[in-house]
Every structure is written in structure tokens, then in C-alpha cells.
Design a binder for this molecule. Structure first.
Ligand SMILES: Cc1cc2nc3c(=O)[nH]c(=O)nc-3n(C[C@H](O)[C@H](O)[C@H](O)COP(=O)(O)OP(=O)(O)OC[C@H]3O[C@@H](n4cnc5c(N)ncnc54)[C@H](O)[C@@H]3O)c2cc1C
Length: 457
């Protein structure tokens, strides 16, 4: 049905490229236009000499056999399997995350006492906010000791102003493996006291960074006659009779479109379409990619920091994903500081580099032998959709307005404003491509978001 017609995909992230490859394989004309000079979107990587850093800790995990097969096929067998090892800095020391029995005993006794009280006297706190959800599920003590500060620091908003979906999706993401079940304080405690042998394995490319996956997809699209235009931000769309006729990228290149698959930010699409700007915002981040001499005392792959007087929320160590992401005798640490585009951190991140370095030493992430050889700073836009209390109504209203554009499909984490992991973006991309191949432009869903979209089901 799409014979001779062209699908334009805006954004060469995981979702756009996964859909693009399946379309190109089906013989459909595909043009992917990407703002950045490289592909991968949020799952892109930065290479400085022998050091490779991703946008924070990135690795694949999925329960879906089709998605797993797609990942392995794209990587052409060049991948490693690795376990997970993450930690959390609480009360001035490191604890394994998810909590182990050993870490439970490292917590201050007064906290153990209060948590035990919460466990037996669990109070129902009905309400729509992140705060209500956490207090109800995990008790007031854990909320006050960790979730409140972490969330305030991470999102720059009070947890009472954040929708409970943020908690649901965020905790799912931190746990990853559903077999671990930690949806209540009782489950957290029982997992720590009676550990279950759940072996969770993650897939990571055998060469390069996480972007090896996206680069492989882009190569395959091109090998099948499709186009991937890098460094081509969409700046204009031409609309006539309820359809997008073409997209124009910086420099004035215009690509005619029979169908547009949009994976870039929703608020920007509304602006291009001349619609009212939705009250939907994305959080951005500054990455401080620190290169140090020697190895690190801490063995974690990544670690969370809730304490509000520390600048960073989390760091990750690519070397603990795969040894060859750094040169012999060196280690890279990717430090993540969230911010809003245009705020002081975003505008002048260099000013904070010294503070990042001294705080890394203060929390023992860097030892006396770990001389810093360099810090590279990267600014990443639209890293997390922010779920304010009214986000769902606003999102539905935005989708409704955009549905007037009959040849537009919304896809991916940024394009649907949904907190996808890579496997969700792949899954939705494959499903979207399958429908386009089967039905052409007719009978497509307008939004290809995750099927288990918490509140909307
Ligand atoms: C710190 C961090 C850690 C993560 N860890 C994991 C993990 O361990 N495992 C996991 O599965 N997932 C992880 N994720 C989630 C994962 O990164 C995303 O789910 C996935 O990359 C989303 O891909 P996407 O294609 O849906 O969206 P995006 O990557 O947002 O793709 C959108 C694309 O559109 C492009 N674009 C924007 N504006 C324009 C424009 N005007 N014109 C053209 N192009 C434009 C962007 O540059 C981007 O390439 C993590 C995310 C973050 C931020």
C-alpha cells in the first residue's frame, strides 16, 4: 500500500531507527532526519580517544523474545552479557540496591525501628501524587529518608506536585526485573531478608558504547536504500488539508512526506503545527564525563545519591559494563546532573566541574590514587518527561489536537511523552512498522506508546 510513497521519520533514536529498519526491509522508501550529528538519541555515546561514555548507564533488558532477537541480530552477535550491580548512598555510606540483608544491618538502628513500625502500621494515604504513592507503598520513613530528597533534587519540584505515575514507572525502571517484586515496603523487606535467586542478565554491545546498536540499525537502513540524514534538525512542516506534506530541515532541505513518524519532542511538534504550546515539559541533564587514573574502590556499575547538598543524582562506570570502554590504566565515570534547559546549570555547566570533582572525592567514589585526567561536559536535552499532577489530561488533549493531522504517528519515549526504556521503544517501533507495512497510512494508531501505560489502562 505504501508502494512508491515515502515515510519520513523524525528522530534517529532507538524507536525511529527500529521502525525505519523494518520499513526499509519491506521495500518502503524511508528518510530518517536527525537533529544531532550522530544517531542513537538518548542512547547515544561519546568517544574521547580510548574512552567511551553513554548518556548515563544504558544496557538492554527485555522479556520480549522478538525484541531480544532484534537486539542480538542488530549487534550481529557482538555483545556481552552482564549481571547488575548498583548501589545507593544513604546515611553517609554505600548500600547495595536493591537492598540486601547486609545493607539492612548497615542502616542506623533508629531508621530500622521506624521502618519496622511502618511495616506493621501501614497507613493508606489516598491521593494522586508521587508523595502519596510512596508513603502508601513504602512508608513515611523511606519517603522522608530517601525518596523526598532524591525526587526534589532530581526533578526540581516537590513530590506533592508530581503525579504518582512517576513513582510507578521510576521504580519499575530501577528494579527492571519484575521477578524481584518490590512494590511495597513488605516486599522490599522480604527480598532483603529472604533473597530470591533471580539472575538478571543485561545485554551490552561487545564493541563501542550503547550507540553500537543504533549505528548498526542506521547502516542497515542505508544498505536497503533508506536514508539517514544526520545533523538535520526539522525546522518547519508544511501542512495542507489536514496532512503534513513535507518536512524541512535546517539549511532548507525539504523532504516530501506521505506519512510522518514523529519521535522528537511533542511540545516542539505543536509549535511547528501552529498549535497551542502544551504544558508538558522535559527535564534536561548535564553529563560530566570524568576520566581518572587507575581503578576505583567501588565495584558498582552505577550509584544513586539522594542527598540534596550533593550536586549529582547518579554516576555510572562504563568500565564495569565492559572493560574495553577505557584505556588500560584509566577509568571513566559518567556523572549525571539534571537541570532545566536554560537554567544556570544548563547555561554554564563548566562552573560546576570543580564541585563535581570534589564531591566525588567526598563520597569516596574517587580515591587518592585516582588523579583526574580530564572532564568532558555534554548537555543533553529532553532526557525525562516530567509528570506534573495534570500531565495526563494535558497529554490527552495534545494528542487529540494532533490527531487532526491524519498522516502523523507519534512514537517513542520523547514523541509520546512516555517513560520508555529502550526495549519499549524497540517494541513500539516494530509494531508501528508492522502496521504501516500491513495497512499503509490507513487504520494506523495515532500514538504508539507502551501498551502497559499505567494510568490510561
Ligand atoms: C540516563 C538514562 C539512562 C537510561 N538507561 C537505560 C537502560 O539502562 N536501559 C534501557 O532500556 N533504557 C534506558 N534509558 C532509556 C532509553 O534511553 C530510551 O528509552 C531510548 O533511548 C528512547 O529512544 P527513542 O527513540 O524513543 O527516543 P529519543 O532517544 O528521545 O529519540 C528522539 C530523537 O529525536 C531527535 N530530535 C529531537 N528534535 C529533533 C528535530 N527537531 N529534528 C530531528 N530530530 C530531532 C533526537 O535528537 C533523538 O535522536 C535510559 C535513559 C536515560 C536518560
Amino acid at each position: 500500500m505504501m508502494n512508491g510513497k515515502r515515510v519520513v521519520i523524525v528522530g534517529a533514536g532507538i524507536a525511529g531507527l527500529s521502525a525505519g529498519l523494518r520499513l526499509a526491509e519491506a521495500g518502503i522508501r524511508v528518510t530518517v532526519v536527525e537533529k544531532e550529528g550522530t544517531v542513537g538519541g538518548l542512547a547515544r555515546s561519546f568517544t574521547y580517544g580510548d574512552y567511551v561514555f553513554d548518556v548515563g548507564p544504558h544496557r538492554f533488558h527485555t522479556d520480549d523474545p522478538e525484541v531480544l532477537a532484534f537486539i542480538k541480530e542488530a549487534l550481529d552477535g557482538d555483545f556481552v552479557l552482564m549481571p547488575r550491580s548498583s548501589g545507593v548512598w544513604l546515611f553517609g555510606r554505600y548500600h547495595d540496591w536493591p537492598l540486601s540483608i547486609a545493607s539492612l544491618f548497615k542502616l542506623p538502628p533508629r531508621i530500622i525501628l521506624r521502618v519496622s513500625r511502618d511495616l506493621v502500621a501501614r497507613r493508606r494515604v489516598p491521593g494522586p501524587s508521587f508523595r502519596d504513592y510512596i508513603v502508601e507503598r513504602y512508608g513515611r520513613t523511606l519517603y522522608e529518608c530517601f525518596f523526598r530528597e532524591y525526587t526534589r533534587k532530581f526533578l526540581k519540584r516537590d513530590p506533592g506536585e508530581i503525579h504518582s505515575d512517576w513513582a510507578r514507572t521510576g521504580i519499575d525502571r530501577a528494579i527492571i526485573d519484575k521477578r524481584l517484586q518490590m512494590n511495597t515496603l513488605f516486599e522490599v523487606a522480604s527480598r532483603a531478608l529472604i533473597p530470591r535467586r533471580v539472575k538478571t542478565e543485561f545485554v551490552y554491545p561487545g564493541t563501542g558504547g550503547i550507540d553500537a546498536f543504533s549505528r548498526a540499525l542506521a547502516r542497515r537502513i542505508e544498505a536497503r536504500g533508506g536514508e539517514v540524514r544526520r545533523g538535520a534538525p526539522v525546522e518547519h512542516i508544511e501542512i495542507a488539508e489536514g496532512r503534513i506534506r513535507s518536512v524541512t530541515t535546517a539549511g532548507g532541505a525539504t523532504v516530501p512526506a506521505d506519512l510522518v513518524v514523529w519521535t522528537a519532542p511533542l511540545d516542539f511538534l505543536c509549535r511547528l503545527a501552529g498549535l497551542e504550546r502544551p504544558r508538558l515539559s522535559y527535564l534536561s541533564a548535564v553529563l560530566y564525563n570524568v576520566m581518572v587514573r587507575g581503578t576505583l574502590r567501588l565495584r558498582y556499575q552505577w550509584c544513586y545519591y539522594g542527598q540534596e547538598d550533593l550536586l549529582f543524582n547518579r554516576w555510572s562506570i562504563p568500565r564495569h559494563f565492559r572493560e574495553s570502554t577505557c584505556p588500560p590504566g584509566g577509568t571513566g565515570i559518567g556523572v549525571e546532573v539534571t537541570c532545566m534547559r536554560g537554567d544556570a546549570t544548563w547555561n554554564d555547566p563548566e562552573r560546576l566541574a570543580g564541585r563535581v570533582a570534589s564531591e566525588m572525592r567526598a563520597v569516596g567514589a574517587l580515591g587518592p590514587d585516582n588523579a583526574i585526567e580530564g572532564i568532558r561536559i555534554e548537555r543533553i536535552e529532553n532526557v525525562y518527561p516530567v509528570y506534573g499532577l495534570d500531565y495526563l489530561g494535558e497529554l490527552e488533549e495534545t494528542e487529540r489536537r494532533l490527531a487532526d493531522l491524519r498522516n502523523l504517528v507519534l512514537l517513542g519515549r520523547t514523541g509520546t511523552f512516555w517513560y520508555n526504556n529502550m526495549d519499549h521503544s524497540i517494541q513500539a517501533g516494530l509494531e508501528c512498522a508492522r502496521d504501516i507495512v500491513a495497512h499503509g497510512g490507513d487504520g494506523l494508531r495515532h500514538v504508539y506508546a507502551r501498551q502497559d501505560y499505567a494510568t490510561r489502562l
